[in-house]
Design a protein. Structure first.
Length: 228
């Protein structure tokens, strides 16, 4: 269960326990770090009558997704359904390696993986294609460790409130949170202000309550949203 700050979660937890008799357990705020690629990795592996070429590139997106493209050059007489099954097997093999990164075992995110498999001669089984994909991914991720990095998730923040507390809120955002990536807009003849900023998600664990305290309950955090 996620909510707009610790206070909101506490209220929801109390209602679930008191009104519905449910047992709830609250966990500490946690930020999931990831592994990713910062520079393209290219690897080619030749095996018997097959060749696999893998390119892993940065793929920035706020949802922290990976994008996988598989192309298999095989027997032109093979049925479409068999080809789809082969591509699915290769994708699953690729995802296996993306689920446990090579640096410290974190999930890999924001990666674009292009897989090109060329088969020559005798027909190739789905199991052998899957095994080839695993070997190719293993070789690719080991070939260029300098292209890999641990990524810290960032978030966009929007705060709105009366202009009288803007200085306090802005000062807190630049000093305690330590971010200089923000923009302030004054509206309604400078009666109200809006702050839009960007910072590491780990620094926002108690930000909603902090803003309410600094502004004596007059300013609100409208949005904390994951960004690229």
């Amino acid at each position: 269960l996620g909510g707009n700050g610790q206070l909101h979660l506490s209220v929801v937890q109390d209602r679930l326990e008191q009104e519905h008799g449910m047992k709830c357990k609250a966990y500490q705020f946690r930020v999931n770090y990831m592994e990713t690629v910062v520079e393209p990795i290219h690897c080619q592996l030749d095996q018997d009558s097959r060749t696999i070429e893998i390119v892993i590139s940065p793929y920035a997106n706020a949802e922290l997704l990976n994008h996988i493209t598989v192309n298999i050059s095989d027997d032109p007489g093979k049925k479409t359904s068999e080809g789809n099954e082969s591509r699915g097997a290769v994708e699953r093999a690729v995802n296996t390696f993306l689920s446990i990164g090579p640096l410290v075992g974190l999930h890999m995110a924001n990666c674009s993986v292009e897989v090109q498999i060329s088969c020559y001669g005798q027909p190739t089984s789905i199991a052998s294609l899957s095994a080839l994909a695993r070997q190719g991914m293993k070789a690719a991720l080991r070939s260029s460790p300098a292209s890999l990095a641990i990524s810290e998730p960032y978030a966009g923040v929007e705060v709105e409130g009366p202009a009288s507390c803007s200085g306090t809120v802005i000062s807190d955002f630049t000093t305690r949170i330590g971010s200089s990536d923000y923009e302030v807009t004054y509206v309604k003849d400078h009666v109200r202000f809006s702050l839009a900023g960007h910072t590491a998600l780990a620094k926002l664990s108690d930000y909603v309550a902090r803003v309410r305290s600094l502004s004596r309950g007059t300013a609100t955090v409208n949005k904390i949203e994951m960004t690229e």
